[in-house]
Write a protein that binds this ligand. Structure first.
Ligand SMILES: [Zn+2]
Ligand SMILES: [Zn+2]
Length: 275
């Protein structure tokens, strides 16, 4: 009977795993893990929450319930709907034109851009809110229908002009894209670039937003040609930014484009088809 010896590298890996696990536990005694949204101590989280697939998100039970929007949404525009797979506005456009103006295949939305989720998304725009954006991205991944079933080849963030990013110190879309790409085990790409800094979208009407976005972006390289791409951003209002990026990606030969956002303004006057 032979004695099995572990390779030194595997012994070292096991030691490192044991040490990191116990150091984390020791650290929790002095610095209890807190909710990324409200700061509540989450070391005493109930077993019911611990068994949920999104438990790893550093959020307390109350915040997970607050941010999880279970209202059915339109696959095309992301607005709440009452029946069918698409909303009345999208159906009207499809019936009248035979086609829909929305270029992406499907949009995934965590919830409405209001109340607690709005506060959390705004907090996530600061460098101190990166853990919160990661936690919200994990919740978005675990929403139904699931992004995990799309079989995308790459995840890309909506880019931010370097000057704006320099002032803000972070870009929530980048944090989201990295988190989602790592969970899906697909590459994170920064292939979309801003040509120039445009006027802030929030100051413009729905029609002006589309014009403001025209020719704003370009795709660098051909890594996304023939690929299934997921574009992510923190907020969608009219969808003008996501539409402009989807247009660029389809132009360079991306097979299909999906969109995912943490929050969507549920005002029908902002519908993409109403531009
Ligand atoms: Zn909380
Ligand atoms: Zn719709």
């Amino acid at each position: 009977m032979g004695i099995k010896f572990c390779k030194p590298s595997s012994i070292w890996a096991k030691c490192r795993e044991w040490a990191s696990c116990h150091l984390v536990e020791l650290g929790h005694i002095f610095f209890p893990p807190s909710c990324a949204a409200c700061g509540e101590d989450i070391s005493l989280t109930s077993e019911a929450v611990k068994t949920r697939p999104d438990y790893k998100a550093p959020l307390c039970e109350a915040c997970v319930l607050t941010f999880t929007d279970l209202r059915p949404r339109c696959d095309r525009c992301g607005l709440p709907k009452y029946s069918g797979s698409i909303c009345n506005f999208c159906q009207k456009i499809t019936d009248q034109l035979g086609v829909t103006e929305i270029l992406w295949q499907q949009i995934f939305v965590l919830g409405s851009y209001e109340d607690c989720l709005r506060t959390a998304v705004i907090a996530g725009k600061r460098p101190s809110g990166e853990a919160l954006v990661e936690a919200l991205s994990k919740l978005l991944l675990n929403q139904r229908p699931s992004i995990q079933e799309l079989k995308v080849d790459a995840v890309i963030p909506v880019p931010m002009h370097w000057r704006k990013r320099w002032v803000r110190g972070t870009n929530s879309a980048n944090i989201m894209a990295k988190q989602i790409a790592s969970s899906l085990k697909v590459p994170y790409r920064c292939s979309i670039r801003c040509k120039r800094l445009k006027r802030p979208q929030k100051l413009l009407s729905a029609k002006m937003r589309a014009t403001n976005m025209a020719d704003k972006f370009y795709v660098r390289g051909n890594q996304l040609t023939g690929k299934r791409v997921l574009v992510v951003d923190d907020v969608a209002t009219t969808g003008a930014t996501l539409s402009a990026i989807t247009h660029c990606l389809l132009e360079i030969g991306a097979t299909v484009v999906y969109a995912a956002v943490l929050a969507r303004t549920d005002d029908v006057t902002n519908h993409v088809g109403k531009r």
